[in-house]
Design a protein around this ligand. Structure first.
Ligand SMILES: Cc1ncc(C[n+]2csc(CCOP(=O)(O)OP(=O)(O)O)c2C)c(N)n1
Ligand SMILES: *[C@@H]1O[C@H](CO)[C@@H](O)[C@H](O)[C@H]1NC(C)=O
Ligand SMILES: *[C@@H]1O[C@H](CO)[C@@H](O)[C@H](O)[C@H]1NC(C)=O
Ligand SMILES: CC(=O)N[C@H]1CO[C@H](CO)[C@@H](O)[C@@H]1O
Ligand SMILES: [Mg+2]
Length: 683
C-alpha cells in the first residue's frame, strides 16, 4: 500500500505531463502515463542536487525513450531544477527551455535523447566512466565516487541494434552501477509489438550477463518496483528491470498506439483528471504538499549527502595532495598546463611514416600526462594502432585481463555502440576525453552516435584510420568515398585529415582542447613524408600555405596523403614555368572559423583554385573552382597501382592544374570564399 502523498505525487506527474502535451497540442502522453509510478520511485531514490547539476558524484538518469520527455520536464520541475511552470507551459515552443526531445543544455538532462537506442548506450558509457573514475580516485578511507546510472528505455530502444552492442559490452564489463528499466508496454507506433517484436527480452539480457528482474504490474505495484530497485543495487552485474505497464494508463485510449504520440482528447483529459481527484477545469496544478514532500524526502536528504561529500573531498585533498590537485583540475575541465609540450614535432628530414603510426606515437607520448584520456578500438587495435605501450585494459577488477582503472577499452566489433558509449563517457564530466579507433569507412556505421556527439557537444575523438583508396588491397568495401563529405556537412564536428606528423599533432591538440566539439581524425595506412612547410602552429589554423611560390598561376588545395603528391606536382609544373602554390586544408571546420582576411590570404582572389583529394568532390566547391576527386567507388589493388589508376600522381595533378589555368585565362577570378554572405555560422 502506497501512502496517499505518494499517490498524489504520481498523479501530479501524470497530469503535468498530459497538460504539457495538450497545451502544445503536440507530444507523447502515453509513456508518461504508464511510467509515472516508476519514475516516482526512481527519482525518490536518486542522489542529486538540483542547485548543483554538475555535481560529479550525482546519480545519472537517462530517458532513453526520449519521446516521453514531458515526463522528464515534470520531474525536473517538481524536484527543484531550474524549470518553472511557465517553462512547462512553453513545451515544444521555439526558444523554450523545454524542446521536443531532451537536450543536454537543460539543467538536469544528462544526455540528449530521442533517436531510440542511444540513451541506453550512453548510460553504458556513463557507467564505464564512473567505474574508471572511482578506480582512480577512491581510497580505502575515501569514497569520491559511488554514483549509479539509471535509465528508462522502451521497446524501440531494445529493437535498435545499438542497444544490443552496448548492452552486450556492459554485461561483459559487469557494470553493476547500471540499472535499466524497460517499459514493457507491448506498444510501438505500428501498434501491438506482436507484429515485429516477440523475442524473449529477459533471456536476451540474461545471455548478455545481466541480472534481470520482472515487475509485472508497473502501474500499481510501487513496492514491487522499489524492491526490484533495491535488489538491483546489490547485484554484481548490470540489472534490467522489466516493468510491464499499460501505455496511457488511465486514459480512454489506454493500451493502444493512439495514445503514443498525440494529445488526449478534451473529454479524455477531463475524465482522467476526475479519476485522479483533480479539478478538470484546471491545468498545470501542483499541490503544495507534493513540492514539500519531494523537497523534504529527496532534496534535503541529498543536500546533506553532498555537504558530506564536499567535506570528504576537502580532507582527501590534504591527505592525497597530488591526486586531489588532479581531481580539481579535471573537475574544472582544464587540461594540465604545458601538456602540449609533449606533442611530437617533425622536420622534413624525418622518416616518412603513416599518419596512423604518427597518431600512435602521439598517444604514447601524452597518455600518462592525461588521465582523462580513455581510449579503445572496435577490434582493430593492431591495424589502427590505438593502444599505447603502457596502457592497461579496462576490464572488471579481478578478471586477470585488466582492471577498472585501465584506460583502454576493448569495444569489440561494435562501432555504433562505441560511438554512443564514448558520448556517455564524455557526458560523465571530469574532463573525460574518449577516443576510439576504427577504419574511417566504418565510422559511418556509427553515424547515429556521431551526429549526437556533434548535436550535444561531446568532445569525443574518432581515430579513423585507413582513410582512402590508399588502403589498397581491401578494396571498395573498405575505401571511404562519401564519408568525409557527410561528416564535413555535420555541424559542430571537426574532421581532420592530416598530411604529416606536425599536422597529426595539431589535429590532436585542437581535438583534445575542445570541451563541446567532437573530432574525427582521418589517418592514412600508407607512409607519408614529413613536409618541409608544415608546423603545428600553421596546421592549427585548419588550412595554410604549405608550399609557396612567387606569382602563382594556380592554387592546389589538398588534404592528407595527397598534399605531398600535390607538392611534387608543383615542382613538376615549375619545370614548365608554371607556378603552383599548394595549400594544405586539414580541417574545414577550423579553417572556416579563421578571420576572412586570413582565409583569403590562403585562397586569394585572382588565381584559379583546384582541389585534390581521393574522396568525393562534394563540398569542395566551397573552396575551389575546380575539383579533382573520386565520385565512384574505389578499387582493389596495390595502393600505388590504385593511385595511378585514378591518376592521383604528380603528372595527373599537374595536367589538371594546367587545364584549370587554361579554362580561367582572361576571366575575372574571385575566390570561392569571397562572396556576399558566406560563411555563416549559427553558433
Ligand atoms: C532511431 C529512431 N527511429 C525512429 C524513431 C521514431 N519513433 C519515436 S517513438 C517510436 C516508437 C517507440 O516505441 P516504444 O519505444 O515502445 O515507445 P512507446 O510507444 O511505448 O512510448 C518511434 C519509431 C526515433 N525516435 N528514433
Ligand atoms: C496481436 O495483438 C493484437 C492487439 O492486441 C491482437 O488483437 C492479436 O490477436 C495479437 N496477435 C497475436 C498473433 O498475438
Ligand atoms: C558543495 O560544493 C560545491 C562547490 O564548492 C558547491 O557548489 C555546492 O553548493 C556544495 N554543496 C552543498 C550541499 O553545500
Ligand atoms: C598488425 C595488423 O593488425 N595489421 C592488419 C592491418 O589491417 C589490415 C587490413 O584489415 C590487416 O590485413 C592486417 O592484418
Ligand atoms: Mg512501447
Amino acid at each position: 500500500m502506497s501512502s496517499q502523498i505518494e499517490q498524489l505525487a504520481i498523479n501530479t506527474i501524470k497530469l503535468l505531463s498530459v497538460d504539457q502535451v495538450s497545451k502544445a497540442n503536440s507530444g507523447h502522453p502515453g509513456a508518461p502515463l504508464g511510467l509515472a509510478p516508476l519514475a516516482h520511485i526512481i527519482w525518490k531514490n536518486l542522489k542529486f542536487n538540483p542547485k548543483n547539476p554538475e555535481w560529479i558524484n550525482k546519480d545519472r538518469f537517462v530517458l532513453s525513450n526520449g519521446h516521453s520527455v514531458a515526463l522528464l520536464y515534470s520531474l525536473l520541475h517538481l524536484f527543484g531544477y531550474d524549470l518553472s511552470i511557465d517553462d512547462l507551459k512553453n513545451f515544444r515552443q521555439l526558444g523554450s527551455k523545454t524542446p521536443g526531445h531532451p537536450e543536454s543544455e537543460t539543467p538536469g538532462i544528462e544526455v540528449t535523447t530521442g533517436p531510440l537506442g542511444q540513451g541506453i548506450s550512453n548510460a553504458v558509457g556513463l557507467a564505464i566512466a564512473e567505474k574508471n573514475f572511482a578506480a582512480r580516485y577512491n581510497k580505502p578511507d575515501f569514497t569520491i565516487s559511488d554514483s549509479r546510472v539509471y535509465t528508462i528505455l522502451g521497446d524501440g530502444c531494445l529493437q535498435e541494434g545499438v542497444s544490443s552492442e552496448a548492452s552486450s559490452l556492459a554485461g561483459h564489463l559487469k557494470l553493476n552501477n547500471l540499472i535499466a528499466f524497460y517499459d514493457d508496454n507491448h506498444i510501438t507506433i505500428d501498434g501491438d509489438t506482436n507484429v515485429s517484436f516477440t523475442e524473449d527480452v529477459n533471456k536476451r539480457y540474461e545471455a548478455y550477463g545481466w541480472n534481470v528482474i520482472w515487475v509485472k504490474d508497473g502501474n500499481n505495484d510501487l513496492e514491487g518496483i522499489a524492491k526490484a530497485l533495491e535488489d538491483a543495487k546489490k547485484s554484481d552485474k548490470p540489472t534490467l528491470i522489466r516493468v510491464t505497464t499499460v501505455i496511457g494508463y488511465g486514459s480512454l485510449q489506454a493500451g493502444t498506439h493512439s495514445v503514443h504520440g498525440s494529445p488526449l482528447k478534451a473529454d479524455d483529459v477531463k475524465q482522467l483528471k476526475e479519476k485522479l481527484g483533480f479539478n478538470p477545469d484546471e491545468s498545470f496544478v501542483v499541490p503544495q504538499e507534493v513540492y514539500d514532500y519531494y523537497n523534504k524526502e529527496v532534496v534535503e536528504r541529498n543536500q546533506k549527502i553532498e555537504e558530506e561529500w564536499n567535506k570528504t573531498v576537502e580532507a582527501y585533498k590534504s591527505k592525497y595532495p597530488e591526486l586531489g590537485a588532479e581531481l580539481s583540475r579535471r573537475l574544472s575541465q582544464k587540461l594540465p598546463e604545458n601538456w602540449a609540450e609533449k606533442l611530437p614535432t617533425y622536420n622534413s628530414g624525418d622518416k616518412a611514416l603513416a599518419t596512423r603510426k604518427l597518431s600512435e606515437m602521439l598517444l604514447d607520448s601524452v597518455f600518462d600526462e592525461l588521465p582523462e584520456l580513455i581510449g579503445g578500438s572496435a577490434d582493430l587495435t593492431g591495424s589502427n594502432l590505438t593502444r599505447t605501450k603502457e596502457a592497461v585494459d579496462f576490464q572488471p577488477d579481478g578478471s586477470n585481463i585488466g582492471t577498472y582503472a585501465g584506460r583502454y577499452i576493448r569495444y569489440g566489433v561494435r562501432e555504433h555502440g562505441m560511438g554512443a558509449i564514448m558520448n556517455g563517457i564524455a557526458a560523465f564530466g571530469a574532463n573525460y576525453k574518449p577516443y576510439g579507433g576504427t577504419f574511417l569507412n566504418f565510422v559511418s556505421y556509427a553515424a547515429g552516435a556521431v551526429r549526437l556527439s556533434a548535436l550535444s557537444g561531446h568532445p569525443v575523438i574518432w581515430v579513423a584510420t585507413h582513410d582512402s583508396i590508399g588502403l589498397g588491397e581491401d578494396g571498395p568495401t573498405h575505401q571511404p568515398i562519401e564519408t568525409l563529405a557527410h561528416f564535413r556537412a555535420t555541424p559542430n564536428l571537426k574532421v581532420w585529415r592530416p598530411a604529416d606528423g606536425n599536422e597529426v599533432s595539431a589535429a590532436y591538440q585542437i581535438a583534445l582542447e575542445q570541451n563541446h566539439t567532437p573530432s574525427i581524425i582521418a589517418l592514412s595506412r600508407q607512409n607519408l613524408p614529413q613536409l618541409e612547410g608544415s608546423s603545428i602552429e600553421k596546421a592549427s589554423k585548419g588550412g595554410y600555405v604549405v608550399h609557396e611560390v612567387a606569382d602563382a598561376h594556380v592554387v592546389i588545395v589538398s588534404t592528407g596523403s595527397e598534399v605531398s603528391i600535390a607538392i611534387d606536382a608543383s615542382k613538376k609544373l615549375k619545370e614548365s614555368g608554371i607556378n603552383a602554390r599548394v595549400v594544405s586544408l586539414p580541417d574545414f571546420h577550423t579553417f572556416d572559423r579563421q578571420p576572412k582576411e586570413y582565409q583569403l590570404s590562403v585562397l586569394p582572389d585572382g588565381i584559379p583554385i583546384l582541389s585534390v583529394e581521393v574522396l568525393s568532390t562534394s563540398g569542395w566547391a566551397k573552396y575551389a573552382h575546380e575539383q579533382f576527386g573520386i565520385d565512384r567507388f574505389g578499387a582493389s589493388g596495390k595502393a600505388p597501382d590504385v593511385y595511378k589508376f585514378f591518376e592521383f600522381t604528380p603528372e595527373g595533378i599537374a595536367s589538371r592544374a594546367i587545364k584549370t589555368i587554361d579554362f580561367y585565362k582572361g576571366s575575372k577570378i574571385v575566390s570561392p570564399l569571397n562572396r556576399a554572405f558566406y560563411p555563416i555560422h549559427y553558433e
